[in-house]
Design a protein around this ligand. Structure first.
Ligand SMILES: Nc1ncnc2c1ncn2[C@@H]1O[C@H](COP(=O)(O)OP(=O)(O)OP(=O)(O)O)[C@@H](O)[C@H]1O
Length: 758
């Protein structure tokens, strides 16, 4: 491909010092005091102040500095939604397919009235109530429109650059996004002025006043300043084209004299074939490219604009920048971002523009392509139509803007309007157009070399797998499989991948430069695979442990139920024993010859034959029926069956005193869902049995597991609990049989006493 020779010329840095803003300083046309007053009376300048605005707009303090005049309001969401560190860092170096959708950012610029309009006094009533809102009086009714930022007529070129969000757009282009800044609006509304500065300055070959630099020049300076701060290598290439009468012309190769074709490919989408690309090493090179293109651009003069652009122009910078991966300083990733500046031709009323036959043809083509753009914007902005057919193919302009509008790009639209009442209906159209554009959603994606993309994706995956691995290891203490096992399999996979990637034979030089990349890929793939297998093994082991735990848990439940039954039986026995005691045989007749009676309800210790059998077995007064000191409840927190301790309560069955169950540490049951989830709450253990009885929560027996975090330990704990439950079960069974024996003996004693009385 042939290259255009770019002659370097001295370009001065723009003067960034803030000058006092007035209409006069901007275009030098408003000189008459009465004209100024007239303007002030119609376009409200001192509108209510905004609150402090950050992220791309000025703070109140900043505004105060500007002689108390508010020149813009609103907030560039480009900075918020796309420029947030999360979005950028997470998207950096990867396909940002999981990024949230982002709306197209739309800012509005109202140019000041020009001399002709001021003389004619054709102003319409508009006001700027703040927060990115403009109110326009149309057909005696006030219409309100809100955008990201509204720039009032006093806003300078510098204000536009600082607060429209274009700075962030440049940053994002450097990070691999396809970014577009697009100016649209009716003819003579200030699109070219906004993008490149006053159009006339490119015509007469004069030195351009840096103060008048538009968004493009300021972005170029900013881009180079940012690139200087980056350590890795960078490469910038520029192309500049125009679409004139539905034909694509290369503005950097104008002598070529041929129209270029717009093609489509799966990987690139729509693109211009054989478009000239100029390698630019310095900002001066870029400035020369811009001037060359501007000079070659089709312009004409008509009733509404002396230097009217008769074509849509697109300046595209392709930015390849090598950046170190934030997660791995040994890995450098090359990101290919794009930054496109589009200056659309203005829609025009043929009647007003006094068109000749040739310009009529131009105007029709301009209007036609803008109509298609309008249709695309309308469809994209409509939630119902967004996923249907978008008529990009109906014009070359929309084909080339397809990715910026509805695809994976980041787009900033600058809608330009004039406050002239003469063109109020066109202004209303632009405002509506801009409102529709604001509804368009895009999904920004970083474009990368496929191999680098693979590395980044593998790294991302490895990170997730490593975390999972650590988590599983903590749970299971499971040994990892040695990497070598997987090496062979991975080699095969890797070679297959290489074959697919390099269909053309690789030159020795390429081989050398890419070998490092391949090695890295190989390593990542091996590690990735090793982690996957190891994690799969750990998952399987964990599942097995869970199943075992579930079985034991069920057994645990059954044992618990049996114990409860036995306790009920014990209580029944106790009641029977008490009933036997409560119905003693009638008091025998006092026989002075026989001495004391044979039996009383509370036989004194060591007296009487029958008393001997009970001696030492009755519970002392301060013991509850459970055999524990009063106030005792079972260690698992479950209250023992039977009456509460206190007056008149039954005494503990004799066998318990002789053989008490000494604080059986029966822990509560592990809730099934806890076992199933494998998650053990630290302090909210909730025994289902306790829950059913409304008993307050007890400290979890699985608390100890915190000290023994593995799943294996949990299994052991449940096993231990089951063993303890079985022990308690055996004890209870023994207790019951003893109790029954005791009951039988008591009955015999009572029966014997009755017999003896008789
Ligand atoms: N904000 C502004 N301040 C001062 N002058 C401006 C401003 N905007 C536009 N102008 C002047 O208004 C005239 C028309 O502007 P410009 O050519 O940029 O409009 P345009 O929208 O690009 O028109 P067209 O679509 O016909 O090319 C120019 O002389 C330009 O310098």
């Amino acid at each position: 491909m042939e290259k255009t020779k770019t002659t370097k010329q001295e370009i001065k840095q723009p003067d960034t010092s803030r000058s006092q803003v007035s209409v006069k300083s901007e275009n030098g046309e408003v000189t008459n005091k009465s004209e100024k007053e007239l303007k002030k009376s119609t376009v409200s300048l001192n509108t209510p102040r905004e609150g402090p605005i950050t992220n791309g707009t000025a703070s109140v303090e900043e505004k105060k500095k500007l002689n108390g005049k508010q020149k813009f309001s609103g907030k560039s969401t480009l900075v918020n939604s796309m420029g947030s560190s999360t979005t950028l860092s997470s998207a950096a170096g990867t396909e940002a397919s999981d990024e949230p959708d982002d709306h197209i950012n739309v800012v509005l610029r109202v140019r000041p009235l020009n001399m002709q309009e001021l003389t004619r006094r054709d102003v319409f009533h508009s006001s700027f109530p703040g927060s990115g809102t403009i109110e326009v009086d149309h057909n005696s009714s006030m219409r309100s429109f809100t955008y990201n930022v509204v720039f009032e007529p006093e806003a300078t070129q510098e204000d536009l650059f600082d607060h429209s969000g274009v700075r962030k757009l440049v940053d994002m282009a450097m990070n691999g996004y396809a970014c577009t800044a697009l100016a649209f609006g009716q003819t003579g509304s200030g699109k070219t002025h906004t993008m490149t500065g006053p159009p006339q300055q490119f015509q007469d070959g004069k030195q351009i006043d840096p103060k008048m630099y538009g968004l493009i020049q300021r972005s170029l300076f900013y881009l180079f300043k940012q690139l200087e701060q980056q350590s890795g290598s960078k490469r910038i290439r520029a192309s500049y084209l125009e679409i004139y009468n539905e034909q694509v012309i290369d503005l950097l190769n104008a002598n070529h004299g041929k129209y270029l074709q717009v093609r489509w490919s799966k990987n690139r989408g729509f693109y211009v074939e054989n478009l000239f690309l100029v390698e630019c090493e310095t900002v001066d090179d870029l400035m020369v490219v811009l001037e060359e293109g501007m000079r070659n651009r089709q312009t004409g003069s008509h009733g509404l604009n002396e230097f009217s652009s008769r074509s849509h122009s697109m300046l595209t910078l392709t930015i390849d920048s090598e950046q170190t991966d934030p997660d791995d300083e040994n890995l450098a990733i090359t990101k290919r971002g794009k930054l496109t500046f589009v200056d659309l031709a203005g829609i025009e009323k043929v009647k007003d523009s006094n068109s000749t036959a040739e310009s009529l043809f131009e105007s029709n083509n301009i209007n036609k392509s803008l109509l298609v753009l309008g249709n695309c914007i309308a469809s994209l902005g409509d939630a119902k139509k967004r996923h249907g057919h978008i008529p990009y193919r109906d014009s070359k302009l929309t084909k080339l803007l397809a990715d910026s509008l509805g695809g994976n790009g980041v787009t900033l639209m600058v809608a330009c309007i004039t406050p002239s009442s003469h063109q109020v209906s066109e202004t209303m159209n632009t405002l509506r157009y801009a409102s529709r554009a604001k509804k368009i959603k895009t999904k920004p994606v970083v474009k990368m070399d496929p191999r680098e993309k693979l590395i980044v994706n593998l790294k991302k995956e490895i990170k997730v797998l490593r975390n999972e691995n650590i988590y599983l290891r903590q749970q299971l203490e499971f040994p990892a499989k040695p990497k070598e096992h997987l090496q062979k399999e991975n080699d095969e996979k890797f070679l297959k991948f290489l074959k697919e990637q390099t269909k053309e034979p690789i030159t020795p030089k390429q081989k050398e430069s890419e070998s490092g990349l391949y090695e890295m890929l190989q390593e990542y793939m091996v590690e990735n695979e090793a982690l996957r297998t190891e994690n799969a093994d750990m998952h399987a082991f964990r599942d097995k442990s869970k199943r075992e735990q579930q079985l034991m848990y069920r057994e645990n439940e059954k044992l618990g139920a049996r114990i409860e039954n036995l306790e009920k039986m014990l209580q029944t026995n106790n009641i029977q024993w008490q009933a036997a005691r409560a119905n003693p045989p009638p008091e025998p007749m006092q026989d002075p010859n026989r001495g004391s009676p044979h039996y009383s309800t509370r036989p004194p210790h060591g007296s009487g034959t029958s008393n001997r059998s009970l001696q030492g077995r009755l519970a002392p007064q301060d013991m509850s029926y459970t055999g524990q000191p009063q106030g005792y409840s079972s260690p698992n927190g479950r209250p023992r069956q039977g009456p509460p301790p206190g007056q008149g309560q039954p005494k503990r069955p004799p066998h318990r005193l002789a053989e008490p169950i000494q604080h059986v540490q029966r822990p509560g049951l592990i809730p099934y869902e806890t076992v199933q989830n494998g998650a053990y709450p630290a302090d909210s253990y909730d025994n289902p049995r306790l829950r059913a009885s409304g008993h307050p929560r007890q400290e979890s027996p699985v608390r100890n597991l915190e000290r023994r975090p593995s799943q294996l330990s949990t299994t052991e704990v449940i096993k231990n609990m089951n063993d303890k439950l079985r022990t308690e079960l055996r004890q209870l069974e023994g207790e019951i049989s003893q109790n029954e024996l005791q009951n039988r003996r008591t009955k015999e004693i009572v029966y014997g006493s009755q017999q003896s009385i008789r």
